[in-house]
Design a protein around this ligand. Structure first.
Ligand SMILES: *[C@@H]1O[C@H](CO)[C@@H](O)[C@H](O)[C@H]1NC(C)=O
Ligand SMILES: *[C@@H]1O[C@H](CO)[C@@H](O)[C@H](O)[C@H]1NC(C)=O
Ligand SMILES: *[C@@H]1O[C@H](CO)[C@@H](O)[C@H](O)[C@H]1NC(C)=O
Length: 388
């Protein structure tokens, strides 16, 4: 009995230590930028403190903590691997951009590259502001973006807020396996080229439960991308979700297996769009837009194979196996469905369960097809121009 009591007492002492140990073992120790000299007053340059903290965390593992209720002015953050272990960034504070003159022109504010298994998680309040208004007026400036992810595998980014980018807010290039969830992006409708999320040469990317307001594409899916999903994303203002533009400057662009589901477009200029430029090659295939809610969208369903038609060339990016299913809501323009395909045609376009009405009572919406092959079922407005 006595030995049992001693056993219980000893266990009582040991187990908290065990738990703490285990916790440290799995999650790593905290490395706050504050412990490496960051000031966090939004005015002092904290770039070096972040570089030091990153270098420690990359070498030894652990959590890089950007603490809440502080703002950090940086000229450039470069979180670059490879690192021996998986890194976690606790993104609770705010990164603020430097004045335009000290921002390295053309370079993203935060570059994250060559990493495997990186997790970035915030408290929903932290993130980055690009102070874009100082850039938007300047049309010949090389305007930079905010987050740039390059060569990442098995990436997870959640609960962060990105505002007022000079250019795109997030770009994802050469990444495979990434989930972005609860991302909040906010730039004014009038800000030029402020794409929400740009994806290129990447695969297995999921964007979910996010809200994107911007002056350009909500999400743009560019060449070299496959298995790209957007689920429960609300877009608007902005230009909607776009595959492309593909084939620019005679590029060979390939995009396949895109699934846009349960997304909402509010006051956007497009809903589900595929755009290609004459003269390019490659394909856009197996693209699905499904269960979409429209609220005053100008071009809800649009395929545009004459995008930026600056050259009269006879090659084209081919478009096939495109499904628009379950669209419901209002159109602000004249044309609910616009399928403007090149002479080679778009093939196997499926329109199903579409109910799009004008936002002006009684106004009839039009449907345009050029060289579009496929089938339409249960659509309002009626689609009778598809070729079979
Ligand atoms: C590590 O940082 C996180 C996020 O700021 C905090 O919630 C947690 O309490 C910290 N852990 C330790 C051991 O300081
Ligand atoms: C995307 O959706 C497709 C079709 O439902 C699914 O097979 C695939 O696993 C999803 N991929 C990601 C990365 O979410
Ligand atoms: C889409 O929304 C419907 C209705 O709210 C829900 O039943 C379904 O599970 C959702 N699907 C996804 C993939 O979010």
């Amino acid at each position: 009995m006595q030995s049992f009591i001693i056993f219980v007492i000893v266990l009582g002492f040991i187990s908290p230590c065990l738990c703490t140990r285990l916790n440290v073992g799995t999650k790593g120790s905290n490395n706050s930028v504050m412990d490496n000299g960051a000031i966090g007053d939004g005015k002092s340059d904290d770039t070096q403190a972040f570089a030091t903290t990153w270098s420690n965390v990359c070498k030894k593992g652990g959590i890089l903590v950007i603490p809440e209720e502080k703002s950090f002015l940086v000229t450039k953050l470069h979180f670059s691997g490879p690192c021996p272990g998986k890194i976690h960034i606790q993104f609770d504070g705010q990164i603020v951009a430097p004045p335009k003159e000290t921002w390295k022109s053309g370079e993203s504010l935060i570059s994250i590259e060559n990493l495997k298994g990186l997790t970035i998680d915030g408290n929903g309040q932290g993130g980055a502001d690009g102070d874009g208004s100082t850039w938007w007026q300047c049309s010949d400036c090389q305007r930079p973006g905010i987050f740039h992810f390059h060569n990442c595998q098995d990436l997870s980014v959640s609960n962060i807020k990105i505002t007022n980018s000079p250019r795109n807010h997030i770009s994802i290039n050469k990444c495979s396996g990434a989930t972005f969830s609860h991302i909040f992006i906010d730039s004014p409708q009038t800000s030029p080229n402020t794409d929400g999320i740009d994806i290129s040469f990447s695969s297995n990317i999921l964007i979910e439960d996010s809200n994107i307001k911007s002056g350009d594409d909500c999400i743009a899916i560019n060449g070299g991308s496959s298995i790209i999903n957007a689920t429960r994303v609300t877009c608007g203002p902005g230009h909607g979700i776009s595959v492309g533009s593909l084939g620019k400057v005679r590029a060979d662009d390939q995009v396949s297996d895109v699934y846009v589901r349960n997304c909402t477009f509010i006051g956007t200029s497009n809903g589900g769009r595929i755009k290609t430029t004459p003269g390019g090659s490659g394909y856009a295939k197996r693209i699905t837009f499904e269960d979409i809610i429209l609220d005053n969208v100008k071009n809800p369903i649009i395929i545009d194979q004459r995008y930026n038609k600056y050259l009269e060339l006879d090659t084209d990016v081919s478009i096939s196996d495109v499904t628009y299913r379950g669209f419901d809501g209002t159109c602000e323009g004249n044309t609910a469905i616009d399928l403007d395909c090149s002479p080679d045609g778009c093939h196997n376009i499926i329109l199903d369960q579409i109910n799009i009405e004008s936002n002006q009572p009684g106004k009839k919406l039009s449907v345009i097809c050029n060289n579009a092959y496929g089938t339409a079922t249960n659509t309002n407005p009626t689609v009778s121009c598809l070729l079979s």
